[in-house]
Design a protein around this ligand. Structure first.
Ligand SMILES: [Ca+2]
Ligand SMILES: [Ca+2]
Length: 510
């Protein structure tokens, strides 16, 4: 264990926890072994996020990020329990004056998601902070919070599905009062909670307590799961103009669409939760993303009732511990799919990217192994999917010191070239893009991030001096005759005590 954070000033931990969250729920992740094919595009919220949600709207710690097209050139993005300046994380909850809001929302018209997703505005309270849209009582055992689960526009009206959380429970468990729908006729600025709701059963097994919306034709398919993370999924269908009319809902009973809610049968086996579903014109399939166990997985189907494909791993908790809440961006094209993913540590939301082929299979995965440094505390020799580094260096496990998750890699010294690297298998004569997040001490004056041959000849690299906070670096390269490249991040340390950290490294075929 390396305590790099001692040198960095670890974030203070403590204060009265006033709220849990979906992931309060997550608890420590049990590492799985599947690789993570998707890549991090950007940190969307909180400290070091280019959107500066902390400075602009007092959104310092938050999660989820449910997105939908507002029908007017923008995407609306709804977040769950949100904390402000006093939040010290990781995880949900904060001390007094944490400015806890059960839900907030931002708007974006950014159509180039490859370089991140710019937020333009947020419904605000008079103080300029992002305001709570659906109120909650904030009383444990009564109504703790109101968390968005879905959103969709019909005409000029915005609808937001939410769950009224009665109380948080053991990891993976929480109790809901009901699933409800709020609506807005002013592009999400002000919301009215409708009378339409699905009350939970006394046993806590009502199948539509967390709802997700997917549109095809003039219908909205409403996918439901139970409270918590341990039930199956069911589906209902409703004409889009009748979303608030419960009598217009038809529930899939295994053979046909039934009027009777009690007839609904599971269409995806347990355990699934935090569903996001959308119809993908490129693969002509419904794509369903869900937390399943400790990982986010993707299933596909030509019809909303299934049959659904076997799960493909989207993101493994071995790489992104405490991950949850994968939610599609609605403007994905030609198999290039963007989505929001939450991580309990640091309790913020990341924009992620994956590619699917015309059959709905995930393709062009990240070729870097252990890309977020979460799979081991020890450094290796750079081969076989391990990382190597020149002393003094290692895996930094100090709290709140990583770009994502709990680990990053560091080098620190006062003489010579210090760097971190991994051998990555590539195809010859192919274009690749290398990305990663780096930060340095302020006195850093010559750093490099790039790809080189295993003999050390640079193929392509970016130069930097003093980066300050976590900064995304991007390097495109051609593999030429190479079948292995060595990706690296390093710094010259001849000008004093200089350090560098790196996290979330990716190599993707272009
Ligand atoms: Ca952009
Ligand atoms: Ca990490």
């Amino acid at each position: 264990m390396t305590h790099f954070g001692k040198w960095m000033g670890a974030a203070a931990v403590g204060g009265l926890v006033v709220a849990g969250s979906l992931a309060g729920a997550a608890g420590p992740a049990v590492a799985t072994t599947a690789a993570t094919p998707v890549t991090v595009v950007e940190k969307l919220t909180g400290p070091d996020a280019p959107n500066n949600t902390w400075g602009r709207w007092d959104i310092k710690g938050t999660d989820l990020g449910i997105m939908w097209d507002d029908g007017n050139g923008k995407v609306l993005m709804a977040f769950g329990d949100t904390f402000g300046n006093a939040w010290t994380g990781p995880g949900g909850g904060s001390g007094h004056n944490g400015n806890w809001r059960s839900n907030v929302l931002v708007r974006s018209s950014d159509r180039d998601l490859s370089d991140g997703m710019l937020f333009e505005s947020a419904p605000q309270a008079p103080m300029g902070i992002a305001k709570e849209l659906i109120p909650s009582r904030k009383i444990n055992g009564d109504e703790m919070t109101t968390i968005p689960t879905a959103g969709i526009a019909v005409g000029k009206r915005q609808y937001m599905g939410f769950m009224s959380v009665k109380q948080w429970g053991e990891p993976g468990y929480w109790d809901t009062n009901y699933a409800g729908i709020a609506y807005s006729d002013d592009d999400g600025e002000n919301w009215t909670v409708s009378d339409t709701r699905w009350d939970n059963t006394p046993a806590g097994d009502h199948p539509f307590q967390m709802q997700a919306y997917a549109r095809k034709g003039g219908d909205i398919y409403v996918f439901g799961t139970q409270n918590g993370r341990n039930g199956p999924a069911s589906v209902a269908r409703v004409p889009e103009r009748k979303l608030l009319d419960k009598s217009a809902y038809r529930y899939w009973d295994g053979h046909r669409w039934s009027k009777d809610e009690a007839d609904a049968v599971p269409i995806v086996e347990a355990p699934v939760s935090e569903l996001s579903v959308q119809y993908d014109a490129y693969s002509k399939r419904f794509l369903l993303m869900t937390l399943s166990g400790e990982d986010i997985v993707l299933r596909t189907a030509k019809n909303p009732q299934g049959p659904w494909s076997a799960p493909q791993t989207v993101a493994s908790s071995a790489d992104y511990p405490g991950l949850y809440g994968g939610y599609f961006h609605p403007w994905s094209e030609a198999g290039e799919i963007y989505f929001a993913m939450s991580q309990w540590s640091p309790y913020n939301v990341y924009l992620m990217r994956m590619q699917v082929d015309p059959d709905g299979r995930i393709v062009n995965p990240n070729l870097v192994s252990n890309p977020s440094f979460e799979r081991a505390d020890a450094i290796g020799d750079g081969t076989g999917g391990t990382w190597a580094c020149t002393p003094n260096c290692g895996i930094d496990t100090a709290p709140a010191s990583s770009f994502s998750g709990d680990h990053n890699a560091f080098v620190r010294y006062n003489t010579g070239w210090r760097n971190i690297w991994q051998d990555v298998t590539v195809q010859p004569n192919t274009s690749y893009r290398l990305t990663g997040w780096v930060r340095t001490s302020v006195n850093s004056d010559a750093g490099f991030f790039g790809a080189r041959t295993t003999e050390g000849n640079v193929v392509s690299e970016a130069h930097f001096v003093s980066l300050g906070p976590w900064t995304k670096l991007t390097v495109d390269f051609e593999s030429g005759p190479l079948s292995t490249v060595q990706v690296f991040a390093g710094v010259w340390t001849n000008s004093g005590d200089i350090w560098l950290q790196v996290d979330d490294v990716a190599v993707i075929r272009q």
